[in-house]
Design a binder for this molecule. Structure first.
Ligand code: FAD
Length: 406
């Protein structure tokens, strides 16, 4: 099968694009491999951007996914910075903003997502930031000076990570969240409360149900923030952490089946058998929505690249992601269920606490573990083994959970 494909084109060179290219080369694809990226800096990891890079503890080179000689050896035909603007599926060609037209035998869409800014005009205001790219993190990092006032719009994972990093740098931080609790889309109320307490303890002013937010630049370079039309403070910088927009437009406009993201089968194939997709832009084949996480981008891309080469490799990983805030490493395993079942809090002291959710059949549905990576590892095995779990043992911190090893 590999021999019949002579040219593969990948659009997007983030986590998923990088792992797709690497997997293709590692698995014997010797034909032309072309990549289009609208960022000049490619093949880097985004998780450190809101953490170590923003704090000035990690430089750009350390975020690179593979050593330079490994990237060199991939023998890639680069088109960057350039943007793919249209796919002609009949001619099997992709048109770029530069006017170039690139052919393909197989196409892989790894266009990811981008930071959502709810009001377009906000992007024009000096002092308003998003954190999606290395350039964003560098620009924001330069403004994080002790004593400055930082507003964060949105109490989701990225907003909270930026809040933690900025507090550590000695800024005065306020989080404005429209909803009634933090990270409401991904965690149960108990976890929202935990996050709220964590940030309040560190001196962050968390304003829930804050009302309609508006921003305006001032002559002094600060940003004026108002809530429901009433002035609510001036800030030296504002970070908009209002979620991400899935960059599915290229595939959608080419007529590929699209819901919240590009629809793919378990092997990453879209509704066009010559086009694959992976990472933030593609739905999770079992869950039916996009999972925006580092592990998903990597593993879905590996599975799609192998499948594209004819080695059908279904992808069904349980969602897993992490967040680092202050002294807490927070890991999230599984997907929120339908609300039935049992919620368990396991508090082991010393900052180690977990929020476990069993489905109606007592099987693990999701788990959020703070400073307990071992429990997450065990949880992955429980899910894989479809193990039924005793709630009373999970809730008792005196019980060693290794007794429940599958
Ligand atoms: C600040 C930050 C912190 C994060 N922290 C964590 C974490 O702690 N844990 C975790 O699990 N996940 C984290 N994530 C999420 C994780 O990084 C993403 O899920 C992952 O990067 C997705 O990879 P991707 O390759 O699918 O998409 P992306 O990384 O978005 O890459 C897509 C690339 O394609 C480019 N592109 C898009 N359209 C076009 C086009 N038409 N033409 C050319 N190029 C195009 C984009 O500009 C981009 O360079 C974080 C994300 C961010 C932004």
């Amino acid at each position: 099968m590999t021999n019949r494909i002579s040219r593969i084109l990948i659009i997007g060179a983030g986590q998923a694009g990088a792992w797709a290219a690497h997997t293709l080369r590692q698995n014997g694809f010797e034909g032309e491999l072309a990549l289009v990226s609208n960022e000049d800096q490619v093949f880097y990891e985004r998780p450190p951007l809101s953490k170590q890079v923003l704090a000035g503890e990690m430089d750009a080179a350390a975020t690179q996914l593979f050593p330079s000689e490994v990237i060199e050896a991939m023998n890639i035909e680069w088109h960057k910075p350039d943007t793919a603007v249209a796919i002609d599926r009949v001619r099997r060609e992709v048109r770029l903003a530069s006017g170039k037209v690139l052919g393909y035998d197989k196409l892989m869409l790894t266009t990811g997502s981008r930071a959502r800014v709810p009001v377009r005009a906000w992007s024009e205001i000096d002092g308003v930031h998003t954190v999606r790219t290395l350039a964003d993190a560098k620009r924001l990092g330069e403004t994080l000076l002790p004593g400055r006032r930082l507003a964060i719009i949105g109490g989701g994972w990225i907003g909270l990570e930026v809040a933690a990093t900025a507090r550590k740098q000695g800024l005065d931080v306020t989080v404005f969240e429209l909803g009634e609790r933090l990270c409401a889309r991904s965690v149960v109320p108990d976890v929202s409360d935990f996050l709220h307490q964590l940030h309040s303890d560190q001196g962050v002013d968390v304003r829930l149900s804050c009302g309609a937010i508006d921003l305006a630049g001032t002559e002094q370079g600060a940003v004026q923030l108002s809530l429901d039309g009433i002035a609510a403070g001036r800030f030296d910088a504002v970070v908009v952490g209002a979620g991400a927009e899935i960059a599915s437009e290229l595939g959608r406009e080419a007529g590929l089946d699209t819901t919240s993201g590009l629809v793919v089968d378990a092997c990453g194939k879209t509704s066009d058998p010559d086009i694959y997709a992976a990472g933030d832009v593609a739905i999770h084949p079992e869950l039916g929505y996009c999972i925006q996480s580092w592990a998903n981008a990597q593993n879905q891309a590996i599975s799609a690249a192998l499948s594209l080469l004819g080695q059908e490799t279904p992808y069904a990983d349980v969602p897993w992601l992490w967040s680092d805030q202050y002294h807490c490493n927070i890991q999230i395993l599984g997907a929120p269920g339908n609300g039935e079942g049992t919620e368990i809090r396991r508090d082991c002291g010393d900052g180690k606490v977990s929020f476990i959710r069993l489905g109606a059949d007592n099987r693990l549905e999701s788990m959020i573990a703070v400073n307990d990576a071992k429990l997450i590892k065990l949880g992955k095995r429980w899910i894989k083994a479809r193990m039924q779990l005793p709630a009373e043992i999970l809730a008792d911190p005196a019980q060693n959970l290794m007794q429940l090893k599958p």
